[in-house]
Design a protein around this ligand. Structure first.
Ligand SMILES: NC(=O)c1ccc[n+]([C@@H]2O[C@H](COP(=O)([O-])OP(=O)(O)OC[C@H]3O[C@@H](n4cnc5c(N)ncnc54)[C@H](O)[C@@H]3O)[C@@H](O)[C@H]2O)c1
Length: 318
């Protein structure tokens, strides 16, 4: 049993990580500025889960959180997430993503806490130089989100070098599954298919990106927490494959017969003139060798699980 603080605990990843940690008996403190029904239901179910409401950019909130919890590790997930959100709010992105992480690192340093497990992103790489990249790929992030995520990694390395902390960065890619709060493929196509609504995108079908099912992401976080000595400070928690968006739409159509979906060829952009950088697959050899991490969900299995969960959720609200 460990004592773990999870920041961003109300989010898509955070709520899944909190539930998994609490279910296996860890003492979990879930920190977020919001506390939705799922988190509250988890707190009612698990006596070893404590909810703390607070703002990651507020020094007092962060110090008080860590002083009271005295965690063995902090899993840091709180952030303004996504390229589009960061373009809409670049100052807030820097304040929350970099300032928030610095509050956690500084408070940990002052309190003598050692383990910081940070959720990073494939956006730290900028344009991928090849179809599948390792953790040694150069980091040339563009746009505020990727820049903020890379800044946190680099700042944390100072805390390792100068203050003897242990900071591990999990670089994941497009995480999907039930509960994703943002409109993104495959969610948008799964939702449309199950509601019987048409969805036709003019372009984007040739875009390839590693898509990680939420269950695999959680398994990766637990594997990093459970390993005591890390030789590396960054791991890809992904699948090692990069299906095209066209392949994804085809899988949804197979799983939901009669779905009226299509996607045209060409690159993908986020809209509002924000093009994606070139992406691809994240090689997971290091995580496999060091952590025993083996993704269980290829894209077909992940979409099938997501379709079933969405079907159940729609039936429950009908
Ligand atoms: N979802 C993905 O595909 C993906 C991919 C790569 C990396 N990540 C990283 O994983 C982490 C979690 O992402 P997510 O998808 O769960 O996002 P999310 O938006 O669902 O969750 C983020 C959480 O952080 C909280 N938060 C934001 N600002 C805060 C503040 N100022 N104070 C306190 N709490 C605050 C939000 O309330 C939210 O619950 C982020 O660090 C993100 O960069 C996510």
């Amino acid at each position: 049993m460990s004592r773990i603080v999870v920041t961003g605990a109300n989010g898509f990843l955070g709520s899944a990580v909190v539930a998994a940690l609490a279910a296996r008996g860890d003492e979990v403190t879930a920190f977020d500025m919001a506390q939705g029904p799922a988190l509250q239901a988890a707190a009612a179910r698990f006596p070893n889960l404590r909810l703390v409401s607070g703002e990651i950019t507020e020094w007092q909130h962060v110090v008080e959180l860590l002083r009271r919890a005295e965690p063995d590790a902090v899993v840091h997930l709180a952030a303004i997430v996504g390229v589009v959100n960061s373009m809409a709010a670049p100052f807030a992105t820097m304040r929350v993503n970099i300032g928030g992480a610095l509050n956690v690192l500084e408070a940990m340093r002052l309190l003598g806490l050692k383990r910081f497990v940070n959720m990073s992103s494939e956006e730290i790489y900028g344009d991928f130089e090849s179809a599948r990249i390792t953790e040694d790929h150069p980091c040339r992030p563009v746009m505020p989100y990727g820049i903020s995520k890379f800044a946190v990694e680099q700042l944390a390395r100072d805390y390792v070098r100068l203050h003897g902390m242990e900071c591990i960065h999990l670089r994941t890619c497009w995480v999907y599954g039930p509960g994703l709060p943002r409109p993104r493929i495959p969610k948008t196509f799964i939702d449309a298919a199950l509601k019987g609504e048409p969805l036709h995108m003019a372009s984007g079908g040739d875009f390839r990106v590693d898509q990680v099912y939420i269950g695999d992401l959680v398994a990766g976080v637990l594997a990093v927490l459970d390993k005591t000595d890390h030789r590396f400070d960054a791991y890809h928690i992904a699948t090692g494959a990069s299906p095209s968006l066209r392949e994804i739409v085809e899988i949804v159509k197979e799983l939901v017969p009669g779905a009226d979906l299509s996607i045209g060829p060409g690159p993908y952009d986020f809209g509002r003139g924000i093009a994606t950088v070139r992406k691809g697959a994240l090689d997971v050899s290091r995580a496999r060798a060091e952590l025993g991490y083996v993704p269980k969900y290829d894209i077909r299995a992940g979409i099938a699980a997501n379709v079933e969960a969405t079907r159940r959720a729609l039936a429950a609200t009908a």
